[in-house]
Design a protein around this ligand. Structure first.
Ligand code: GAL
Ligand code: ZN
Length: 672
């Protein structure tokens, strides 16, 4: 099965329970004709599989799996734990989650579950065990998806009594004694000192604001709880069906769960991507943001990933988004392949006639008749299959590293410093600057080795600990080029400010500067000039006092006019760049251009705005994907050594795939 899995390229999220039995054969045939080899099914079908407690009915699903299997289409099953049925909630109403106002949520959507609730866990074990036992030997079932988008639809996650008690256990394991917790959290402030763990609240709404240390531990606890909830299911599946693989549909930079930790127990990572967005903000997600999400998911295990849900039509609920433009579905498909997807499933096969998502469009429209979307994707599949055959399973690492930390993300969410400062958005701004130079990025975490990368970008290292400082210092001493920013080294890992030396703490020597003063740019932007180019600095201004560093940018207004905003310092064999502010994008791109030159990294080529170039290695050749995300045709220079059959303009939302044969200086056969 493992080998077979490697041959799966395309598929769809399929819900046979939404369609009459008579339609299934036709669907399966049409899928095969389109070039699909896999479906994901059943992730919301708890009631269909267990209409009443203990009475399981898998006959309908067996039949669907068999019909699809006969057409050469294999099945991934979802465990249905994102949708506990009404009979279960009626029996155990405590499963319903409680929000930060202390209100219990009602039955009716999905994810109406508390993940620490022991009675829920018992039922979860039952349904997962029953499914596993039933499908362990099914020749068509090759893998499992745990739950669905864990952490999604939860808002604050659950703040019920059961979760609060689980939080106590988590805190006790971390701090051992209540005295230690009081000390670490600084509960002497506002008389919040606790005598026992049992007194500690879940962060429900209070008249003012909770202790930031409590809030950070709560976020860590919630992330661990999600992983633990999933882990119970993983354990059962591993035991009963050791030959079937396990994944989960992650959601890019979604923040409720530390995906690096979660990824450790998955066989492969999967992603859900809706480039037009969930909330219909025009004009959807910019292409660099989509690219960043996919690079991130690829980096979760530093392995190629599956696209578990790829937008296949207009998205919508009560309001309907715009139709993907001709070419865009293919463009998104190729973009995901370019960023490391080996298999792509489209959400969903056919647009549902009923329920909350009746306007969230699939490949087929409501009437089930293949149209523009089916034809476009069928053609994309035909063209991309030979490329995938060569690149599938071959990993292409990013050229530069970005440090990604959930702890930093959460701590900045708790106290953003500036109303618009967000860790993920800051990461995305830097990512965008790399993207504009067509340089690829690998995301790494603190535990990873930094040494493999010539450049490490680490924005907002707001929480700091000695181990991390050591790693930064030895990376730079050894020749690495490190980029640090404002708000580095402000707090310890328990979210408490540090006072033993001026910012940025022990890293000052490597930065070659100290921050004597700073300004929150809450009411206005500040002017700055970077090597003679005028621009704007936003959100925050560290006023640098240089010791050994050289200034690269200075502020041009305010009481710190003329003082450094950006600096560079040689330290050991390497260099540290420090940006004390958020320069506007144009300046950031100039800065990154200089940085890349210094590091000897060259991008895959120059392209007009909105056109990206990404490379993936294959067994026989390298492939360069040119992706035009704009509605205008564009022209790019043929990249050196690469060939494509077509030349001239790339059409609106068009793609071109160039190939360079290994071992030969020039291109081989044609691609797209
Ligand atoms: C995803 C989810 C799917 C479906 C889709 C469209 O978030 O996993 O089940 O809801 O969005 O809304
Ligand atoms: Zn709960």
């Amino acid at each position: 099965m493992e080998d077979r899995m490697r041959q799966f390229r395309f598929g769809a999220d399929y819900y046979p329970e939404h369609w009459p039995r008579e339609r299934w054969e036709q669907d399966a045939r049409m899928m095969r004709e389109m070039g699909l080899q896999v479906v994901r099914m059943a992730e919301f079908a708890w009631h269909k599989m267990e209409p009443e407690e203990g009475r399981f009915d898998f006959a309908w699903l067996d039949e669907a799996i068999e019909i699809l299997g006969k057409q050469g289409i294999f099945t991934m099953l979802g465990t249905p734990t994102a949708a506990p049925p009404a009979w279960l909630i009626e029996k155990e109403p405590s499963i319903l989650p409680v929000d930060s106002q202390g209100q219990r949520k009602g039955f009716g959507g999905r994810h109406h579950d508390c993940q620490s609730n022991e009675s829920y866990r018992k039922h979860v074990r039952r349904i997962v065990t029953a499914m596993a036992e039933h499908y362990k030997g099914n020749p068509y079932v090759f893998a499992w998806q745990i739950d669905n988008e864990l952490g999604n639809s939860h808002g604050d996650l659950c703040m019920c009594e059961s979760c609060r008690r689980a939080f106590h256990g988590w805190l006790e394991r971390k701090y051992k004694t209540i005295e230690r917790l009081n000390e670490e959290w600084g509960t002497v402030f506002w008389s919040q000192t606790y005598d026992r763990f049992e007194q500690i609240p879940a962060p429900r709404q209070t008249p003012t604001v909770h202790n930031p240390s409590l809030l950070l531990d709560w976020k860590r606890f919630c992330s661990d709880l999600v992983i633990d909830f999933s882990h119970e299911q993983v354990k059962i599946l591993r035991e009963i069906c050791p030959h079937q693989r396990i994944t989960h549909n992650l959601m890019g930079f979604y923040d409720k769960t530390d995906y690096f930790s979660y990824g450790e127990e998955l066989d492969f990572a999967s992603n859900d991507q809706y480039p037009y967005g969930y909330y219909f903000e025009a004009p959807g997600q910019p292409s660099y943001e989509v690219a960043g999400c996919m690079d991130f998911i690829r980096s979760v295990k530093h392995q190629n990933f599956w696209m578990m849900e790829m937008q296949a039509g207009p998205t919508g609920g009560g309001v309907i988004g715009q139709a993907p433009r001709p070419g865009q579905l293919k463009l998104w498909t190729v973009q995901s392949i370019a960023h490391g997807a080996d298999t792509i499933l489209y959400f969903r096969w056919r647009t549902c006639l009923f329920g909350t998502e009746q306007f969230w469009h699939g490949i087929l429209p409501h009437n089930g008749v293949p149209g523009r979307r089916y034809r476009e994707l069928k053609q994309a599949i035909e063209q991309m299959t030979p490329v995938l055959e060569d690149i599938s399973g071959v990993y292409t690492r990013g050229q530069a590293a970005f440090l990604f930390s959930y702890d930093q993300d959460w701590a900045i969410q708790i106290q953003p410093q500036h109303p618009e400062l967000s860790y993920v958005e800051e990461i995305q701004k830097y990512y965008q600057a790399f993207y504009s130079h067509n340089v690829s990025v690998e995301f790494i975490r603190e535990e990873d080795s930094f040494e493999a990368y010539p450049v490490l970008v680490a924005p907002l290292q707001y929480l700091m600990r000695p181990e991390l400082e050591d790693k930064f210092l030895s990376y730079v001493s050894g020749g690495g080029i490190l980029v640090l920013t404002m708000r580095t080294g402000v707090k310890n890992w328990n979210n408490v400010c540090m006072a033993d030396r001026p910012l940025p703490g022990r890293l000052s020597e490597a930065v070659g500067a100290v921050i004597e003063d700073y300004d929150g740019l809450i009411w206005k932007d500040v002017k700055l000039s970077y090597k003679g180019t005028e621009g704007t600095a936003r959100k925050w201004a560290d006023i640098l006092s240089l010791t050994t560093a050289k200034p690269l940018a200075v502020y041009e207004s305010e009481f710190y006019k003329g003082q450094p905003a950006v600096s560079v310092n040689a330290y050991g064999k390497g260099k540290v760049y420090y940006l004390g502010t958020e320069p506007e994008q144009k300046i950031l791109e100039l800065f990154v251009g200089d940085l890349l030159e210094e590091a000897g990294i060259s991008g895959y080529g120059q392209t007009p705005e909105g056109v990206e170039l990404v490379m993936r290695k294959g067994q026989k050749a390298d492939y360069l994907f040119a992706l035009n995300h704009t509605e205008e045709a564009c022209k790019i220079e043929e990249p050196e050594g690469f060939r494509s059959e077509k030349s001239g303009e790339i059409g609106p939302y068009g793609v071109r795939v160039y190939r360079k044969e290994h071992g030969s200086g020039h291109g081989g056969q044609t691609v797209v």
